[in-house]
Design a protein around this ligand. Structure first.
Ligand SMILES: [Zn+2]
Length: 471
């Protein structure tokens, strides 16, 4: 691969992609409603000569853009959904909303989608210059946050025909391989009987009591679940605000996580029993709805090796101003959180951790690790196609994902540099695979070995549609 040629091609168009990323940051559209964010990407890709198909898996904000023909087919995955209650003025080190209770890009998906798209365009440009053969695809994937958009796209076979999927995530560390937990989100709706709480309490059956008893039951269950599983809940409907009215309806949303899909399914079975027990105790009815689910991310050693090499080969140079900028945000970080991450990183980068963590920007690469923390719908893709997902530094060290501080840094040159770096790593990895078909075969062989005969089956039951199509 001609690394200089690739770098030149990425650099040439970087202003275009910085502008697109900033626009998507400003649109800050919620999951499944990323219309403007999708359009700005579609326009760019059409102009670049990609063939665009919209409405993938019937989802209005999912699309696919392809260039070239034949094997290998290398796909980049992009996202563009924002998070609620995170509207924030850019670059400000104090919390300042732009729109009251508005959305904001607290997970950097404006960078994620744009960087993946930038990689697709760079690969296309490289193919044109060198007559390299193959197909490069960009998937615009909506609703990663809380809705598992890609899991629904997988169910509709959107990624079929792809040989390799590559993606990344903005973060405050460069980590070569991201891992994630499987996660099922289940809504429990209890229905009871309303009555006046003072005049006829004996005639009422409280749905809120059922929710509370279910939560108590699950808090007892916690002691008897494997240590790396997680159960969280939010009461999404308390049934009203009047204490003198017995609530007839109440709802609680659970997120149930485990390292593997099979463990998650088993844990869901136990939580469902607790819900039924709560309904039994309160003489209410319970309806169980798997709202969406995420699979755990399957690591691919062959792809991780390529990505790790490329992450080390493309250096990022920061200016004095960027270090100063990062220092202001680093000063606001939670020291306990930094100490926790430092202890974790020391396991991988050894004594370099001390020096590395004294800088406000984490300018080093953490090798392939398998620490499962959050959940990500890239997991569902990785269970079907050899996939790699790394993270790149877009924020000051210590910046938490899903925070207003992350939103504030989203249009900075620090964020743009992380995105350009990700685009180079993604594009270089794709080009290497196109140039050497053996690399795709290695990735496939590793995938088959890891899956050990298991085939992917989503935790989302058949017939369940994405929230946007449920009416
Ligand atoms: Zn994210």
């Amino acid at each position: 691969m001609d690394r200089n040629l690739l770098c030149g091609l990425v650099d040439e168009k970087q202003d275009i992609f910085a502008e697109i990323s900033d626009k998507i940051w400003e649109y800050a559209e919620p999951a499944f409603y990323e219309k403007k964010s999708m359009e700005v990407q579609v326009q760019c890709l059409e102009k670049e000569g990609f063939q665009v198909s919209k409405n993938i898996a019937d989802i209005p904000t999912a699309f696919k853009a392809s260039y070239g023909s034949g094997k290998p087919v290398i796909a980049f995955l992009g996202e563009y959904d924002a998070l609620p209650m995170l509207s924030q003025k850019a670059d400000s080190t104090v919390k300042e909303e732009l729109a009251e209770a508005g959305f904001g890009h607290g997970c950097g998906h404006h960078l994620l989608g744009t960087g993946s798209m930038q990689a697709a365009v760079a690969v296309k440009d490289y193919m044109e210059k060198t007559k390299l053969r193959g197909t490069v695809v960009y998937f615009g994937c909506p609703a990663e946050e809380g809705e598992a958009g890609k899991a629904f796209m997988v169910k509709e076979h959107a990624f079929e025909g792809c040989d390799i999927c590559l993606t990344w995530h903005p973060f405050s560390f460069n980590v070569c391989s991201m891992s994630s937990l499987a996660n099922a989100r289940i809504r429990y709706t209890f229905t009871g009987v309303s009555s006046h709480a003072a005049t006829s309490p004996h005639l009422g059956r409280s749905a809120l009591d059922a929710v509370e008893l279910m939560n108590v039951g699950c808090n007892y269950l916690r002691e008897h679940i494997p240590p790396d599983c997680r159960i969280h809940y939010a009461i999404t409907n308390t049934g009203g605000t009047a204490p003198n009215v017995i609530p007839a309806k109440a709802e609680v949303l659970y997120a149930i996580r485990a390292p593997k899909m099979s463990d998650t399914a088993e844990l869901c079975r136990r939580v469902n029993k607790v819900a039924r027990g709560a309904a039994e105790m309160t003489e209410t009815e319970v309806e169980t709805d798997i709202h969406c689910a995420y699979a755990d991310l399957i690591q691919n050693k062959a792809l991780n090796r390529l990505v790790y090499q490329n992450m080390n080969d493309f250096e990022i140079l920061y200016t004095h101003e960027e270090y100063e900028y990062a220092r202001r945000f680093r000063a606001m970080s939670d020291e306990n959180e930094i100490a926790r991450t430092k202890a974790l990183a020391a396991g991988f980068i050894g004594e370099k951790a001390e020096e590395a963590f004294s800088s406000p920007i984490a300018n080093f690469v953490i090798p392939p690790v398998n620490i499962k923390q959050g959940s990500n719908d890239v997991g569902d893709v990785s269970q079907c196609i050899p996939t790699a997902c790394f993270s790149a530094v877009c924020y000051a060290m210590g910046t938490s994902p899903h925070s207003w501080q992350a939103v504030a840094q989203g249009k900075s040159s620090l964020a743009h540099k992380g995105m350009f770096f990700a685009a180079r790593v993604l594009a270089a990895t794709a080009i290497q695979i196109m140039e050497e078909p053996r690399l795709a075969e290695d990735a496939r062989a590793d995938f088959i070995k890891t899956m050990a005969g298991k085939t992917y089956e989503s935790l989302i039951p058949k017939g369940i549609k994405p929230a946007i199509l449920r009416g």
